[in-house]
Design a protein around this ligand. Sequence first.
Ligand code: NAD
Ligand code: MG
Length: 396
Amino acid sequence: MRRISIFGATGSIGQSTIDLIRREKELYDIVALTGGANIAQLAADAIELKAQLAVTAYGDKLPELRAALAGTGIEVAAGAIALAEAANRPADWVMSAIVGAAGLKPGLVALEQGATLALANKESLVTAGPLLMQTAKKHQARILPVDSEHSAVFQALNGEDIKTVKRVILTASGGAFRDWPLEQLAEATAAQAMKHPNWSMGARITIDSASMFNKALEVIEAKEFFDLRSDQIEVLVHPESLVHAFVGFCDGALMAHVGAPDMRHAIGYALNWPHRRPLPVEMLDLASQGQLNFQSPNLQKYPALRLARVVMEQGGLSGTVFNAAKERALDYFIAGQIGFCDMSSVVETVLDDLCATTDLIDVDVTLDNVQHIDLIAREAIDALVVHGDLKLVIRG
Ligand code: NAD
Ligand code: MG
């Protein structure tokens, strides 16, 4: 039996992972399931899958979790330390599907104990790519991509020599505001941004798709995961979301990965790797689809894509600054405190300011340094949004 843990089990990716596991329960031994505030879901899944341990990220939710699992024999725990301890429980395959930089530490611990890490949590790679990749190497652990574009690239690279790769093209749906003119975007609300045309996902990544911050994170994720240069990674808007990525080779060939927009494909590929097994996903009928469209992204409409280039060229911990600033700006947008276009403006201001202080970002990519810079970037966004003055916090 394969020992499996799922971090972020109650979220969109976590639930799709459980959907696959539930169909073949006899193959898996569930070590740990983790979630946040949705205790009813976490407890129900822990009972159904006979998990050894259930962990909520929130200390104040522990009594509720304990009550929900009383008499089941399932261990319970809460908080960030408990999450790291859960990641330290021996497992063969660990799904990293917490949203945000909070997923980094459990992912690192899972790699340290040698587990294969199925990585949906792209923020880990953006905030600390070299640390994650080096940890995997040091402990002879494997990271398998779960983000659909990166799974697509990974699949297109099967049997190929990475040295023959010229470029990688990630596709983007264009999100909820694909057909909105630039002038209207400033008025866009979080509720509007949450209406994704093709994918059903968690709230935060859905809004990030509308701003293309998600694609910006993914470009950096691709650089870190496949060890590419910034100029080798392109983005194409593809409204149908059927081609997930292309890999272009030195002989001019483009290998595309085509499939229904259903995350169970990429999750299932990572679960069954290195084999392919049947998955409960739609088999595409391309004749009825008729056509596939591709356009270059409008960088004025999606400034996040331009910022991703800045981050990749600056290197160091600028990815940490970018991710943390983006996460915090998104909090303020969801709370209705800043507008949709303000997100990229405040992130750019903080990125410019913090990265100009090179001794801040030109440091080793250790967990301590990443967590320190992450906090500074969040505080810088707070200072900018709440006080309108970045210098207040940065310069003390
Ligand atoms: P979601 O919001 O639906 O679920 C997030 C999960 O993380 C939940 O279980 C939640 O309880 C938990 N969580 C939230 N904050 C936490 C914290 N501080 N500490 C510990 N746990 C916390 O998100 P999602 O859409 O499933 O996305 C999960 C990750 O996968 C993200 O990194 C996202 O970018 C990535 N991803 C998602 C999709 C998708 O289709 N949903 C596709 C590609 C990549
Ligand atoms: Mg993606």
